[in-house]
Ligand binder design. Structure first.
Ligand code: PGA
Length: 261
């Protein structure tokens, strides 16, 4: 089962995830990070940036793959996920932009972009740790309800709810692209460690479905139940609909320090 860790604040969540990723980079200097966009992972990037700076850890060989990208935004658009990943993660962490890949949402190469991205992940030896948020629809990456658990990187249609949620980044809701290129649930399952974070009551249903609901492609987050190493880090509000909270708290409180997450 997924390990569920309850934290008081987003900063606590960021510190926990960052400590694990920092340890990974220390033992594997060319680690492959699975990078997520959105508000959720910001505390992880902030804590990791602070820790990497304090330690002066060499990150020049660290590699990264983003989860998803909008289709059809002009190159350099500030809300393209390439731009967002550079701004939110690559620059603060001091990573080499040449080591970072983002799915290609260029209309001209859409037909081959998915398989090209899969090939690049394979060539890198796979993702060591994948940071994940979850949408109100239950999506991970942009895998909206109905996505196959075997899916690989491909074009998807964004749910209206997702476009509404992401409209805050655009001048008008109509400017949010309808299509995206996203790693599939099958791609995500091949990452060696998944860290899923969620904060706030609007994520409580999606977290309950992902962690404790039936495994169903109608609830894409439930794919985590098929993975051998998952850490779910949530605040009390996002955890509010979980049924086994007492057990999660008990297990965390009694964990050996050497176990890590
Ligand atoms: P958020 O998005 O981190 O901005 O809440 C999460 C998601 O849509 O996966």
């Amino acid at each position: 089962m997924a390990e569920v860790v309850l934290v008081d604040t987003e900063a606590d969540a960021g510190a926990l995830a960052a400590a694990s990723i920092r340890a990974l980079i220390a033992r594997k200097p060319d680690a492959v990070l699975g990078l997520a966009t959105g508000s959720t992972p910001l505390s992880v990037y902030a804590a990791l940036a602070a820790s990497l700076t304090a330690d002066a850890l060499d990150v020049s060989r660290v590699r990264g793959f983003a989860l998803d990208e909008y289709v059809g935004l002009p190159a350099g658009h500030p809300e393209s996920y390439r731009s967002v990943i550079m701004r939110d993660a690559v620059v603060p962490l001091g990573l080499n932009p040449e080591n970072i890949q983002v799915p290609n949402g260029d209309l001209a190469t859409l037909q081959t972009a998915g398989l090209d991205y899969e090939a690049a992940i394979l060539a890198a030896g796979g993702v060591d740790v994948q940071i994940l948020g979850i949408g109100r629809t239950g999506h991970v990456g942009f895998n909206e309800p109905g996505s196959s658990f075997a899916s690989v990187t491909r074009i998807k249609t964004l749910a209206e709810k997702t476009r509404v949620d992401n409209a805050r980044f655009f001048a008008s809701p109509d400017d949010v692209p309808i299509h995206c290129m996203t790693q599939g649930l099958g791609t995500i399952l091949r990452a060696r460690h998944l860290i899923l974070l969620a904060f706030g009551q609007e994520k409580a249903d999606a977290i309950a479905a992902a962690v404790e609901g039936p495994v169903s492609s109608s609830k894409p987050g439930s794919v985590i139940q098929l993975h051998p190493h998952v850490t779910v880090i949530v605040d009390e509000a996002a955890a509010a609909r979980l049924g086994n909270l007492d057990y999660y708290r008990y297990a965390w409180a009694n964990k050996h320090a050497w176990q890590g997450i």
